[in-house]
Design a binder for this molecule. Structure first.
Ligand SMILES: [Zn+2]
Length: 49
């Protein structure tokens, strides 16, 4: 099972994700720390999709 990295659109395996963030009760998984940092700076921009 994979999750979508909402920053770059890549498919990310949660077990191998480079970073995770929780926003509004939902977990988001990222392929890299840079994607996580972008999300953390403006989660509302990415989480709405
Ligand atoms: Zn990414």
């Amino acid at each position: 099972m994979v999750e979508k990295d909402v920053v770059c659109g890549m498919q990310v395996d949660p077990a191998k994700a480079a970073g995770t963030s929780e926003y509004q009760g939902k977990n988001y998984y990222f392929c890299s720390q840079s994607c996580k940092q972008k999300f953390d700076q403006s989660p509302q921009q990415y989480a709405s999709a």
